[in-house]
Design a protein around this ligand. Structure first.
Ligand SMILES: NC(=O)c1ccc[n+]([C@@H]2O[C@H](COP(=O)([O-])OP(=O)(O)OC[C@H]3O[C@@H](n4cnc5c(N)ncnc54)[C@H](O)[C@@H]3O)[C@@H](O)[C@H]2O)c1
Length: 354
């Protein structure tokens, strides 16, 4: 039976750039969602998105949109520096929010977002999609079953050989909070942290280096001609996070690492077994021998689409009362780790995470 309009979740957008387009594509497929409005400071962008996805109202002022449209839920898809003000405004306007990763520029802002959700009794979800991947769930289940014993170490790698974004504001520290660590390292870090059971981070140390993005380059690459003049973020971040339960994570994230092969992977080492994400596999002992376990089949195609699952889970959470797999609190814990690494890099010593 076709659902009536009143049964639909009325969704609006703040930011109508690249990732907003992905949100729109998935919402459009959902029978229980109605996209009611979108806002972007770039009038032409929001207009063309609205035409593409048949969204009736385009705004250049998100505050006006929130006031006039009163959406049930908002996708916040702006550069990182606007995640906090836009999310708080949407929550105060009575909407649930899915905010894109990372949660914010820093944990102080993130805490304000969580406080606003609590105060308004609305739900705040962080747009972490990799936890929804079938291979992530395969490993998560093994960890939760205790197959790997206590996880004592996670190695996180998000390394591009030459992949400095040549669009948007990804090289601007003032608008993004940082470079590859907060932009791509965050993806593999959140997934690893989630699989490890979301332990509480207590200390961080790290170093960051800028040596390439701030210079003009003629090297042939995937995304040439980035804006090197406004590039104020790191090219490479390395760090270590210690957790209350004694576990450790090491992370490496780079837009431009001189390496043979790009890496997008995590490795877990536990007391009884280990795991890798790519390719997905478990390493343990059985029958007095060391054995490897790999899934012989994982869902592929649309059924495996992590982004689709993330969007579906958000709607199920705010509209149908199901649990979310990515609460704002998880975004805040990850943010504290990112902050800790940046703070340690600035201070040249390990820092405590509160
Ligand atoms: N989950 C993922 O895999 C994923 C992938 C890409 C980007 N992201 C995240 O999504 C966010 C946006 O990234 P993007 O790639 O879409 O960038 P983008 O540059 O394509 O889009 C950002 C949009 O925000 C708009 N904007 C700026 N100020 C605004 C304001 N005050 N009000 C309304 N709109 C405003 C810009 O004009 C732009 O159109 C970032 O936080 C990024 O980290 C997530």
């Amino acid at each position: 039976m076709a659902k009536g309009k009143k049964d639909k979740l009325r969704v609006a957008f703040i930011g109508a750039g690249g990732i907003a387009g992905a949100h729109m594509r998935y919402y459009k497929e959902m029978e229980d969602v109605e996209m009611v409005a979108a806002s972007d400071v770039m009038a032409a962008s929001v207009q063309s998105r609205c035409e593409e996805y048949e969204i009736p109202e385009a705004y250049t002022d998100y505050k006006k949109m929130l006031k006039q449209v009163k959406p049930d839920a908002v996708s916040v898809c702006t550069p990182n520096g606007l995640h906090a003000p836009c999310t708080v405004a949407a929550l105060n306007a009575g909407a649930h929010v899915m905010v894109e990763k990372p949660l914010a520029m820093n944990a102080n802002e993130g805490q304000k977002m969580l406080d606003a959700a609590k105060k308004n009794r609305k739900k705040l979800v962080i747009g972490f999609q990799h936890r929804y991947e079938p291979r992530t769930q395969f490993i998560k289940k093994a960890v939760d079953n205790g197959d790997l014993g206590k996880i004592i170490y996670g190695r996180v790698q998000a390394l591009r050989r030459r992949g400095i974004p040549n669009w948007g504001v990804f090289g601007r520290k003032d608008l993004q909070g940082g470079g590859p660590l907060i932009d791509i390292g965050v993806h593999v870090l959140e997934t690893t942290h989630y699989v490890m059971g979301s332990p509480k981070p207590v200390a961080a140390s790290g170093s960051i280096y800028t040596y390439l993005g701030n210079k003009k380059s003629n090297v042939v690459s995937m995304w040439p001609n980035w804006d090197h003049k406004s590039y104020t973020v790191e090219d490479l971040a390395v760090g270590q996070i210690r957790f209350e339960n004694g576990a450790t994570i090491n992370i490496e994230a780079s837009f431009a690492a001189h390496i043979a092969k790009e890496e997008w992977n995590f490795t877990l080492m536990g007391e009884k077994g280990g795991a890798t994400w790519d390719p997905p596999g478990l390493f343990t002992d059985a029958n007095d021998h060391m054995v490897s376990v790999k899934p012989d089949w994982l869902p592929t195609g649309a059924a495996a689409d992590a982004f689709s699952r993330k969007m579906r889970n958000f709607v199920d959470h705010v509209h149908h009362g199901k649990e979310t797999m990515a609460p704002g609190e998880h975004g805040l814990m990850v943010q504290k780790m990112l902050d800790g690494i940046y703070e340690s890099a600035a201070k040249g010593r390990e820092v405590r995470i509160k």
